[in-house]
Design a protein around this ligand. Structure first.
Ligand code: ATP
Length: 234
């Protein structure tokens, strides 16, 4: 589905990605983990056209998209749930969802709402509530729901569990697992390495703009280096 090769990204003089190579096969759930500043968000921004790579290749279903504008990438079936759940605070839950569906024909709307409300019953109960009055966890659910309204084939998420109480983080992750089971390919960036590795088929560990380790999620979960650096063990 997605293939990144030797990707280099600079922000002015800052060399944020120093040659990233990774694959997200169709139907898979792949995670990127790593410390603050490792380049996880930058990788997602490059995939969604929000930063321009200096060099390297980003292929979506075989097509080079590294120089495409974001709207063209969205139309090809990629959605991003950005860090910090930027929902439209003054719009209701339902209006936020409509904003996510701008690429979709009108008749499919009801079915799309139904899917989001089935995955997140809390949003269904609050559909006429202003998004700004939702709790942090509910706003995160809305951010994921809004991304689903574009019927993505590749769903990219930037730290969806950040700042959430453990029980809500689990609820969001369980919804992601369902979305993945229903056939959407998922690229998940997470700081909560334990949760991400336990659900990912394949995982990459980033350190200062490079991939330093990769493997099936459950295998990395047992890796002593990962356990020490990311799971708080000695
Ligand atoms: P975090 O978990 O803290 O979001 P991350 O792994 O997602 O970290 P990035 O946000 O991708 O890391 O940042 C990678 C590097 O690029 C960091 O050194 C960061 O300071 C730098 N960087 C990110 N965005 C910009 C920007 N807009 N301008 C300048 N430097 C940036």
């Amino acid at each position: 589905m997605l293939e990144i090769r030797d990707l280099q990204v600079f922000y002015g003089g800052i060399h944020a990605l120093r040659g990233i190579t990774l694959r997200v096969p169709r139907g898979s759930l792949v995670t990127l983990i790593g410390a603050n500043g490792a380049g996880k968000s930058t990788t997602l921004r490059a995939v969604t056209g929000l930063v321009r790579p200096r060099s390297g290749s980003i292929r979506l279903e075989g097509q080079e998209i590294g120089s495409w504008p974001t709207h063209a990438i969205v139309r090809r079936g990629v959605a991003l749930v950005p860090e910090g759940r930027r929902v439209f605070a003054n719009l209701t839950v339902q209006e936020n969802l409509v904003m996510g569906a701008y690429t979709q024909p009108e008749p499919s709307m009801a079915e799309l709402f139904e899917r989001v409300y089935r995955l997140f019953p809390r949003l269904s109960e609050r559909r006429h509530q202003k998004a700004g009055t939702l709790s942090g966890g509910e706003q995160q659910m809305l951010a994921v729901g809004r991304a689903l309204m574009s019927r993505p084939r590749l769903l990219c998420l930037d730290e969806p569990s950040l700042g959430l109480a453990p029980i809500l983080a689990r609820e969001v992750m369980e919804a992601l697992a369902s979305i993945h089971r229903e056939g959407t390919t998922v690229l998940l960036v997470e700081q909560n390495a334990r949760m991400a590795l336990s659900m990912a088929e394949y995982a990459y560990v980033l350190e200062t703009g490079r991939i330093v380790l990769e493997g099936p999620g459950p295998v990395l979960l047992e890796n002593p280096q990962v356990r020490r650096a990311y799971l708080g063990e000695r």
